[in-house]
Design a protein around this ligand. Structure first.
Ligand SMILES: [Zn+2]
Ligand SMILES: [Zn+2]
Length: 147
């Protein structure tokens, strides 16, 4: 099973468990979130939905994302300027690298993450439950444009 199908089915089963209605609009939002690798914003998802359901408002899209978030099935990446992004493929904490120019967001593989978590736990005496780890920089495309 691909990651997309896997995620799509998992989110649907959570909706069914709660007896939440699965309207066509809702299914479309779930589909986009399960599929998108680029950490879309509410606006990005809204724009994609418009192609199929021109009547859906951005507020409805937002409410549905919040509902999926309440089920623990989408990770919200909050930014100070309010331009939040969403990861429906990996709803659990993971590191991100953000381009400050074009706002591209990637999921880097970080081999040292486990060691880092262990080190923080040992040093602070905390039991680490979750984390947020965002790196900021300028992506190769934007760097090429600057030359
Ligand atoms: Zn960039
Ligand atoms: Zn991510």
């Amino acid at each position: 099973m691909s990651n997309f199908e896997d995620r799509y089915k998992t989110i649907l089963s959570k909706f069914r468990e709660k007896n939440y209605k699965l309207t066509p609009q809702r299914l479309a939002i779930i589909k986009i979130l399960s599929k998108s690798e680029d950490h879309p914003s509410v606006e990005d998802i809204y724009n994609q939905i418009q192609r199929y359901f021109p009547g859906v408002s951005q507020a409805t899209v937002y409410r549905n994302i919040m509902l999926i978030k309440s089920l623990g099935e989408v990770l919200e990446l909050g930014f100070a300027d309010g331009s939040n992004r969403y990861d429906g493929r990996k709803p659990y904490p993971h590191p991100h690298i953000v381009c400050i120019k074009c706002k591209k967001v990637l999921d880097p593989d970080l081999a040292s993450l486990k060691d880092m978590t262990k080190e923080i736990a040992e040093e602070s005496g905390f039991e680490v439950i979750t984390y947020r780890l965002d790196f900021f920089g300028i992506c190769p495309k934007c760097r090429a444009k600057m030359k």
